[in-house]
Design a binder for this molecule. Structure first.
Ligand code: SF4
Length: 452
């Protein structure tokens, strides 16, 4: 090995919610890049290969011009403190330590905080609160599950190591023969590259997830189902019966569900029906359900926002205490309605994927962005910070999709600060400005004098 090359073992890939922590990275310290990522899937290899350092890029910009970090922090703090309806959004591709600072800032400025969960598994977040979650870790699935059902997802393309590392082929304590000890069922509206991994493929009509889940629930409880169920769902009574028998008689069953379930007709009713099915099945055997999450630390965002506010996303502090109301306090809505008058976007690019009306409003208001690269959002931002990449240049904590926290190990240093460092500095500046605004004798900058 060349003397410029160094190996970092047990590193973590933060590209998707699998958060594989068995990476063996070969780092070229001269070029400041990762030249090999052993154990990574095709997506992970691209993630590591793409993260090179643009040494000459400015660490901060104000109105498109390079600025010092101190000036950019001061300008960002001024924008946030002067806004009447500031929003914070993103957070699924940064560390829990940074997410925690973002919640604190939003609380101080009585703003609105939301994460990318609101545009992926937001309906599941609602269903968890309504139905509850029969949960597990992926380690348990590997060691125990003999029936694995994927509903509305395509892990072979979106989470390539989910099959091999956790749920289909690995050999576990009670599944010593790997795939031979498991039955894998895939429920989807069409065949995908995940279908060949399944023993049973159930093709249902688009938008009929709720109806099929309810029919399964009815049969699990021994109730009759409609004679025309095949006409409604595209799935025959014989297939439903076979699935029900397998679910009731397995030793340990798991329902993994994706955005094909949560973002189609029915949304949180679909997620709720699936969670209720898992609960029903626990009368007969051990059955769990878990969403398959996309971004590397979107599960951390749910956890951090939940343990700091009591709610997972779409949280508003304008009354001085947290309120949760998806549809009102979710970012697509606060932007599309024109409520927000300033936005802090962290590790996300809504300007490239939000609805037209939301993007148009984002262009009208002052935006602060923190990102590792130039994006559509950072380009329109009044204040743009260039930050280092979590898991590559920055340590910290992320949560795997099964809510297991993983400690990151950095591969090489970046000249750019990490999100947490910027947000801590911003929090201090916001505190300072709020103290200056505080009326004499008041306990809070938002408290009006008694005479007002
Ligand atoms: S499955 Fe996801 S976390 Fe694992 S190596 Fe592939 S992209 Fe990275």
């Amino acid at each position: 090995m060349s003397e410029n090359l160094r190996v970092v073992e047990n590193a973590t890939c933060t590209f998707c919610g699998c958060v594989c922590d068995d990476m063996i990275l070969t780092v070229d310290d001269t070029e400041k890049r990762i030249v090999k990522a052993k154990n990574a899937c095709v997506l992970g290899r691209a993630w590591f290969a793409e993260h090179t350092i643009e040494e000459n890029a400015p660490a901060a910009m104000i109105s498109g011009k390079p600025a010092s970090i101190a000036d950019a922090v001061a300008e960002a703090a001024r924008i946030l403190v002067e806004a009447r309806f500031p929003i914070t959004y993103g957070l699924s591709d940064t560390t829990c330590e940074a997410q925690r600072q973002a919640v604190a800032i939003t609380d101080m400025i009585r703003g609105n905080i939301d994460t990318t969960t609101s545009v992926c598994h937001g309906p599941s977040g609602l269903a968890f609160q309504g139905i509850g979650e029969s949960t597990m870790t992926l380690g348990e699935v590997k060691n125990r599950a003999d029936l694995v059902v994927y509903w509305g997802g395509n892990p072979a393309e979106a989470h390539p190591r989910h099959f091999g590392r956790y749920a289909v082929t690995p050999k576990g304590m009670f599944t010593p023969n790997g795939k031979k000890d498991r039955t894998v069922v895939l429920v989807d509206v069409r065949r995908t590259s995940s279908t060949p991994a399944a023993n049973i493929f159930v093709q249902l009509k688009p938008g009929k997830d709720f109806e099929l889940l309810w029919a399964l629930r009815a049969r699990v409880k021994g109730r009759e189902i409609k004679a025309n169920i095949e006409e409604i769902t595209g799935v025959s009574p014989a297939v439903i019966e076979d699935l029900v028998q397998r679910m009731k008689s397995c030793r340990y069953g798991v329902l993994f569900f994706g955005m094909g379930l949560t973002m189609t007709r029915g949304r949180h009713f679909n997620s709720g029906a699936l969670l209720a099915l898992a609960t029903d099945l626990n009368e007969f055997t051990h059955f769990v359900a878990k969403p398959v999450r996309g971004h590397g630390n979107v599960t951390g965002a749910d956890n951090v926002v939940s343990w700091q506010t009591g709610y997972p996303f779409g949280v508003n502090f304008s009354r001085g205490y947290p309120r949760f109301n998806p549809g009102e306090f979710t970012t697509v809505d606060t932007l599309s309605r024109g409520d927000a008058d300033a936005a802090m976007i962290i590790a996300s690019d809504p300007a490239s994927n939000f609805p037209k009306a939301a993007i148009a409003h984002l262009r009208r208001i002052p935006v602060i962005s923190l990102d590792t690269k130039v994006t559509s959002t950072s380009t329109l931002a009044r204040v743009a910070f260039r930050t280092s990449t979590y898991g590559i240049n920055t340590g910290g904590t992320v949560y795997r999709m099964d809510d297991v926290p993983i400690t990151l190990r950095k591969a090489f240093d970046s000249p750019f600060p990490d999100d947490e460092t910027i947000l801590r500095a911003l929090k201090e500046k916001v505190q300072e400005l709020l103290r200056l605004r505080m009326p004499r004798g008041a306990k809070s900058a938002f408290e009006l004098p008694l005479s007002a």
